[in-house]
Write a protein that binds this ligand. Structure first.
Ligand code: ARG
Length: 465
């Protein structure tokens, strides 16, 4: 049998394999709520604009609500021969209200319909990702406040660099998430134009009111060019790109958790709730959740790359290629949501091992810069020269496998005769971190101020990013 929706000029139905490659119902059925919402706005507008009589509008509205209830109740049967969600809904509507259902598609096409549905879905998803990211920021800021003075090694090149505080490290991710949230919001603001009424590609001759449908669906305005309206998937690309950056942030943090929970580092302890055991090695506590967060960034970036390649070189306006926007977008944004949830749980539960961190913070000559700074400040040495003197002292200490603070004063004075006892004060990690009071620096007071500022911002009604 030829397709009931578009089969007028077809004598026979599609080949089996055609149906399989063509159908999107398997994955776009999740757009049912958005699709019905769009149809309700469209039919109400058709009525108000005098295009459809109110009796037809009422019948279609009732029918759409019935379809919605059937889908929500799980009783709706999705059929592959109906191709996609748009035709599935319309077909069922026809069974319920009869031929009047056919009037719903006046001044509309599946091309503007699917663009509208996708925008509505992506918009809702961006809102919930923003909220989840705020939740993770809150968890991190709370950890930061609790550990504003917990010293740990700071790294560059994954080599001990200078001591920092655990709270400072947590707040670095709060900043990253703030930019992520900014990107989610930017993407949302830019996508918020309604394509409905662009019809197939050229607009329509019916006197529709696109401003009314845009408003009814919570869009800021209708899109201004009908070709662009149905050909645009920037909103998905932009959201995936924001999602990819966020996923990369989470992946970096996840990698740190994997390293930090290893027996060799032992910097933090993840709760039982976020670790797994090994079936053969009883001592193991594997950070599987962190590993999966690290890995899932691959899916998100893959979806972005995939869709960029789908869109590249597509002529205006709609091409069926664009149906391939869905699975990747759904999968990627869902994966990110799961990663945010898992990360929030891990952060809430994790416990830094303060003793191990303090010991590690002092190792690797992490206070060498403090010594060089002291030479500059107290003895007026140019920084380059101070760097050189310090280098010699580090060399002397490491040759004997001792810490800088274990060198005697006379050994120090061999490198620079004017060094005094007072130098030992700056060689301790606590002193090191509390001296880093420059704006944005790691001093515990700074960390407390920043963590408190974030917690207040996050509790404000706007949940500001
Ligand atoms: N299922 C299609 C999609 O996801 C809907 C649009 C179909 N339009 C068309 N002219 N065949 O893109």
């Amino acid at each position: 049998m030829s397709n009931r929706m578009w089969g007028g000029r077809f004598a026979s139905g599609p080949a089996e394999i055609m149906e399989e490659i063509n159908a999107s119902i398997g994955f776009d059925k999740r757009l049912a709520p958005q699709d019905i919402r769009g149809s309700l706005a469209h039919v109400a507008m058709l009525g108000k604009s005098g295009i459809l009589p109110s009796a037809d509008v009422a019948a279609i509205e009732d029918g759409l609500k019935t379809v919605r209830a059937e889908i929500e109740g799980g009783g709706f049967v999705f059929k592959r021969e109906l191709e996609d969600i748009h035709m599935s809904v319309e077909s069922r509507l026809t069974e319920i209200v009869g031929p009047t259902a056919g009037r719903l598609h006046t001044a509309r096409s599946r091309n503007d319909q699917v663009a509208t549905d996708m925008k509505l879905w992506v918009r809702d998803t961006l809102d919930s990702l923003d909220e989840q990211a705020a939740g993770l920021q809150r968890a991190l800021a709370e950890k930061a406040l609790a550990h504003a003075a917990t010293v740990m090694p700071g790294f560059t090149h994954l080599q001990s660099a200078q001591p920092v505080t655990f709270g400072h490290h947590c707040l670095a991710y709060v900043e990253m998430l703030a930019r992520d949230r900014g990107r989610f919001r930017d993407a949302r603001a830019r996508l918020n134009e309604c394509p409905l009424g662009a019809a197939a590609l050229a607009g329509t001759s019916f006197p529709i009111d696109r401003h009314a449908t845009a408003q009814a669906l919570g869009f800021d305005r209708p899109t201004a060019n009908s070709l662009d309206s149905v050909a645009d998937r920037d909103f998905a690309l932009e959201s995936l790109s924001a999602a990819s950056i966020c996923a990369v942030h989470l992946s970096r943090f996840a990698e740190e958790l994997v390293v930090w929970t290893s027996a060799q580092f032992n910097f933090v302890r993840l709760s039982d709730g976020y670790t797994t055991g090994s079936s053969i090695m009883p001592q193991k506590r594997n950070p599987d959740a962190a590993e999966l967060v690290r890995a899932k960034s691959g899916r998100v970036i893959g979806a972005l790359t995939g869709l960029l390649i789908v869109m590249k070189g597509l002529p205006l306006a709609y091409s069926k290629d664009m149906q391939e926007d869905k699975e990747g977008t759904f999968d990627a944004l869902q994966a990110l949501s799961l990663c945010l949830a898992a990360m929030t749980g891990m952060v809430r539960d994790l416990k830094p091992n303060a003793d191990v961190l303090a010991r590690a913070a002092g190792s690797g000559y992490a206070t060498a810069t403090d010594l060089a700074d002291w030479l500059v400040r107290e003895l007026g040495l140019p920084f380059r020269e101070a760097h050189h003197v310090t280098g010699r002292l580090v060399g002397a200490a490491s040759a004997r496998d001792i810490g800088l603070e274990e060198l005697s004063l006379s050994e120090m004075q061999e490198a620079e005769p004017r060094i005094t006892d007072a130098v030992y004060a700056v060689l301790g990690v606590e002193n090191s971190v509390s001296s880093r009071t420059s704006y944005g620096g790691t001093a515990p007071d700074n960390v407390r101020t920043q963590a408190t500022r974030w917690l207040a911002l996050l509790d404000a009604p706007s949940g500001a990013a």
